[in-house]
Every structure is written in C-alpha cells, then in structure tokens.
Design a protein. Structure first.
Length: 607
C-alpha cells in the first residue's frame, strides 16, 4: 500500500474535476487528480451540442431569462439560488474558457457563435433564443483539451488509471480516498485536507444509454456507502434522440439547426404535444411524446422508434412554414453537425443528409447525486449541514440547479461554474485547515471486498447480472413509471445484490490490469444506485420533470416541493442493513426567486 498526501484530492478528470483542480491550484493548493480514465477520455469529451450562456451575441439575452428557463425546465424543483448562480456565472465562465484558448465557432464579426437548443427562450418563455455556444459539435472535447492543458501548466499532479473505491472519513471530516491502480492492482491511499468528487454519471444502470461504458457511478456509490445521502435519485433524464438500438446520442443541436421529429405517417407529432416550441420542447416532454407515439402504433414500421429529419429540403420547408427567412444547405449542415453525420454513417449506415435518422429515447443524465451547496461543499441532511473536507461537482453532484429535469447545455455550464466555485472554496479551506489523521487500516474494507469478489465461487459472470439489471431498470424504472413496476424493479435490484454477493465468478485471478474484477466492482455500484433510484421513484407519488408516474399523473406542489434524500444506514459499506434504506423528504426547495418575482412561482408548463 502506498500513501500520497496532497492539500486537495480531486477524483475524476472530466470538465468538473479539471475546473476544480485548476482553481484549487491557482489558489495555491497542492492538487492531485485521481482518475480511472486518462483525463481526455472522460465523458465530457463526448458532449456535442454546446454550453449555454446568455451572451446575447446574436439576439438579446439575459442571465435572468436563462435562470427562468432552468427553473421552468426543471419543473420547479431546482433550488432557485443555484439556478441563478448557474445562469449568472455562465457568462464569464464561457468567456474565460475562450481566453484559455477554447476554439468556439464565431459569428462573422468574430464573436462567439450561438445556436438554439431545447427550452432556451427569451423574455420568460416568449420565443426561442440562441444561447448555446459551441465549437462545431465537439464542444465538450474542446473543453477537456483546454482545461487539461491549463492544469498541466499549473502543475496539477495526475494519477491516471487509478480507480477510486472508497472514501475515507475520520473525526467527522473527509480525509481522502482509496484507489486501486489499474496497472498493478495495488491499493493507494490519498490523504487530503479536501476531497472533491467529480466522477460523472451512471447511465449504465439502463440498457439503452448515451453514456460511455465507464459511467457506472462508482464515485457516487463509494460516498453513499459511507452514509452520505443520494439526493433526488428518481430524477433521471432520458434524452429523446438516441440512435435506435444503440443509444448513442444524437445531439439536440440537430433540432437546434432545424431538424424535425416525424412519425410513420410523416407527421410532425411535436405540434400536438408542444404547440408553441414543438421539437425544441424540453427533453422530458419530447421523450414522453415519442413513447406515446410508439404506443399509439405510430413508430416507424410499427417499431419502437421515430425519425429525426435534418435533410435541408425538410428543414427549409418547415423554416418557410414558420415564416423564417433563414435557409440551410448541405454544406452548412455538414459543418455544424460534423460528428453527428460521422456517428450516423458509422454506427447506423444512415447518411443524415439524404435519409432521416432512426431515434429512440436513451438514458442520459442524472439530475440527482451527492447533495451540495452552491460552493460544492457536500451537505448531509435537510438542514444543509456541511461535511467538512468533502466536496462534489459536475454530474455526480446535486446542487440542485437542474431540479427535476436538466436543460440541454446546462450540464457543461454546471461543470464549469460549480467546478470553479468548488476549486476556489477548496483553496480557501486548505489554507486554514490542517491534515486530520487517516482512520486506522484505511484500505481494510475495500481490500476485503475485492478479495471476496475475486475469489467468488458462484456460477454467474458479472456481465450476466449487469444485463439483467439494465433490463429490469429499463422496463420498470424508465420514462413512464407506476407502483407495481417500481416495486418489482426495487425487489429485483435486491435479488441481484444477493446474487452479486453469493453467486459471482471471475475469470481473471491476476492483479495487473484486471478489468474483470473492476467491472464486477462497477456492477456492485450500479446495483446500489439502481436500488436507490427505484426506491426514491416509488416514494414520489407525483409526476414532475423526468419522473412521470402513470398512477399519479399530476404535479403536486403542496406535498412535493421537496428533495428526496436517500440514506444507506448500514455500517458495512457492502452489505445492506435491515431495513436497507431510509428516505427523508424534508429538504425544501429554495424558492428565493419566486419570493421576489411571480414569474418564478410554480405554474403549469405550457409549450
Ligand atoms: C453523449 C453525450 C453528450 C452530451 N452532450 C452534452 C452537451 O452538449 N451539453 C451539455 O451541457 N451536456 C452534455 N452532456 C452531459 C455532460 O457531458 C456530462 O454531464 C458531463 O460531461 C459530466 O462531466 P463530469 O465532469 O461530471 O464527469 P465526466 O466527464 O463523466 O468525467 C468523470 C471522470 O470521473 C472519473 N471517474 C469515474 N469513476 C471513477 C473512479 N471510481 N475512480 C477514479 N475516477 C473515476 C473518470 O475517469 C472521469 O475522468 C452529454 C453527455 C453525453 C453522454
């Protein structure tokens, strides 16, 4: 076992982790970034569409309108103070990225170019606005490259291919984490004054997902297993346009460029569900509409998918119909959606310039996660009690600026804004804090669990259980939900945990690059997060944002303007207690904007 000591340990090297590392190091802290992937392979690199900021480069825009869209898009569950910070800080955060060298697309005058995106409007919902800043459809890739270079320049120390498996708590503080080095199988202890989790999402809980294979939520699970709650797990976003059968994401930017959703009759069905903003309605609305079309037998060829059409002739027809003067041509579409065309041609054999794309909703984004305040400090209860030394940012965190449903482009904003705030806060904190000692035997628990997994004498391979879990979650805890299916889903996750503990077998018994064991480890994490998602969803007897209950179709603002906190009460991080989980729904949603301006008060969402 090796021990490393740094002022700040950042777990994860996506946009959130890198931004936090950069700012902590700028503030004078000695910083280590521990990442299971080589940094530029993080999922942030897959973000295509853009990053939202009310720069107003092409038409009038204001941060307060961005905050309004965020609150409304989040179906009023967003903490309004956090949504306002997100929108206000977005402007200089994007300009700062540009100054660091990020090659944004530009207007002819040389300003950062902006495009439309679902749910982005001006003047409190009046009409669509161009707010998404982008570098072609490679925005996330460019963010990662830019931030990684800046971190290297600032002498942040990187530990790549180190898989964090446990978080260390002592004397009421977070004091670091335990990681397995992929190349050697050796355990490393990272001892820090501050530890920030930025480990991204867990789309791999579901069968059809846009998320990379690595998005298994192990950072979230490590924290959760040590008694820190998961907040708002029932709110998981399905992106409407995943490539049929594969789930690979086709960016909302396609509809931003004028792409249209069509059913088997060639009908633009979003006109029925969202007469005002149609195909650019927020993601929860579009995903549900696609499901309803499919259910009504309007899927293409009677199957469970519809078409997304961005052929110039189609786009121009609808632009003309809407009375717009703008027209598009092939070269323009090919330039703006270069990655998309490539993905469709490679994975589906479809050329979007000449054929419509087959699409279906795909599990995409966790609104829930580790609860934090607006400075990325982890809070552990409804009274916003801070756990000293522990921070979280990015998709793994729940600030909660996205509420029940995240708007497109707001995740990249979240990474940059709250990653930066976390980094600044950490730099301040480590200046006055001293190192709290490590707990005795810091690696004992995770080492024992690894040994148990490695030497399992069962009959089932991890991938078999994973497939079963993903099927169960897709069928029972997907876009539409109801009590019976949710209960069955919850029960199934518990049975799967049992099988994970008693019936597993691992082929590779070695220590070096043992991805077999690490995949099994990731499966354990997926099971924990799936269980907490199913229970939180079963408990919330209303429909709001991405959480759509067929047996409770209405939003219930009287009883449910609260966040869900889900705790694992077990002393053993790897074994459930009895009863296994505890829910707390006393954490109220921050309504500070609504208190000043009725525009922010909950009302029915009309599109
Ligand atoms: C295909 C796709 C397209 C998207 N497009 C957009 C978009 O256009 N606009 C937008 O706003 N959002 C978009 N999103 C969402 C957004 O990209 C993500 O929410 C965001 O990038 C997450 O960033 P992050 O920094 O939190 O984590 P990630 O970028 O996912 O990085 C996670 C990091 O944690 C590390 N890690 C994970 N587990 C461990 C562990 N156990 N030990 C050590 N390290 C660990 C990984 O190595 C990685 O470095 C998209 C998402 C997808 C999947």
């Amino acid at each position: 076992m090796q021990t490393h000591q740094f002022d700040a340990i950042i777990v994860g090297a996506g946009g959130a982790g890198l931004m936090a590392a950069l700012y902590a190091s700028k503030g004078g802290a000695k910083v280590a970034v521990v990442s299971k992937l080589y940094p530029t392979r993080s999922h942030t690199g897959a973000a295509l569409g853009g990053i939202g900021a009310a720069l107003g480069n092409l038409e009038e825009d204001k941060p307060i309108w961005h905050a309004y869209d965020t609150v409304k898009g989040g179906d009023y569950l967003a903490d309004q103070n956090a949504a306002l910070i997100l929108a206000e800080n977005a402007v200089d955060a994007v300009i700062e990225l540009e100054h660091m060298g990020l090659p944004f697309d530009r207007t002819p005058e040389g300003r950062i170019s902006q495009r439309r995106f679902g749910g982005h409007t001006s003047n409190f919902g009046e009409k669509p606005v161009r707010r998404a800043c982008h570098a072609a459809d490679r925005t996330g890739h460019m963010i990662l490259q830019t931030l990684y270079q800046q971190c290297i320049k600032n002498e942040v120390k990187f530990f790549d291919e180190f898989h964090v498996v446990d978080v260390l708590l002592n004397q009421g503080h977070c004091v670091g984490c335990v990681a397995v080095q992929l190349g050697t199988g050796e355990m490393h202890v990272f001892h820090g004054k501050a530890t920030l989790f930025a480990t991204g999402g867990w789309g791999r809980v579901w069968r059809v997902t846009s998320n990379a294979h690595t998005l298994t939520g192990d950072g979230a699970a490590a924290v959760y297993r040590r008694g820190i709650p998961m907040q708002d797990m029932e709110f998981y976003q399905f992106h409407p346009t995943g490539l049929y059968g594969l789930g690979v994401l086709l960016t909302e930017g396609i509809r931003g460029e004028g792409g249209i959703l069509l059913n088997r009759h060639g009908e633009r069905f979003m006109e029925k569900y969202a007469p005002k903003i149609k195909d650019l309605a927020s993601r929860d609305v579009v995903s549900r509409s696609i499901y309803l079309e499919v259910r009504a037998g309007n899927g293409i060829g009677g199957k469970d998918y519809v078409h997304l059409d961005v052929r110039p002739a189609t786009v121009n027809r609808y632009l003309a119909e809407a009375g717009e003067t703008r027209r598009v041509d092939e070269a323009q579409i090919a330039r703006a959606l270069a990655e998309t065309l490539d993905v469709c041609r490679t994975y589906a054999g479809v050329d979007p310039l000449t054929e419509p794309m087959p699409i279906q909703p795909t599990a995409h984004y966790a609104m829930g996660g580790i609860p934090t305040n607006v400075d990325a400090e982890v809070v552990i209860d409804e009274n916003w009690t801070v756990l000293p030394g522990m921070y979280a940012a990015g998709e793994v965190a729940c600030v909660s600026c996205h509420g029940a449903n995240r708007l497109g482009t707001n995740s990249l904003v979240d990474l940059i804004v709250f990653g930066r705030r976390g980094g600044i806060k950490i730099a301040e904190y480590v200046k006055q804090a001293s190192f709290i000692p490590l707990p005795p035997n810091p690696t004992a628990a995770s080492e024992a669990e690894f040994k148990r997994i490695r030497t399992g004498k069962g009959k089932t391979r991890p991938y078999e259980l994973r497939k079963e879990l993903q099927r169960v979650m897709m069928d029972n805890v997907g876009v539409f939900r109801e009590e019976k299916a949710l209960s069955a889903g919850l029960e199934a996750t518990r049975e799967l945990r049992q099988r994970f503990r008693t019936d597993l077998t691992i082929d590779d018994q070695g220590h070096k690059f043992n991805t077999d064991v690490l995949e099994a480890w990731e499966l354990g994490c997926l099971i924990d997060l799936a269980e907490s998602t199913a229970l939180s969803a079963l408990n919330r007897t209303e429909s709001r944002g991405a959480h759509s209950r067929e047996d409770y179709k209405n939003r219930d603002d009287v009883n449910w303007l609260v966040h869900t906190l889900c705790y694992r009460k077990s002393d053993d991080p790897y074994e459930n207690a009895n009863p296994p989980l505890e829910l707390n729904t006393k954490k109220k949603v921050d309504m500070s904007l609504a208190e000043k301006d009725p525009a922010f008060a909950p009302k029915e969402r009309v599109y």
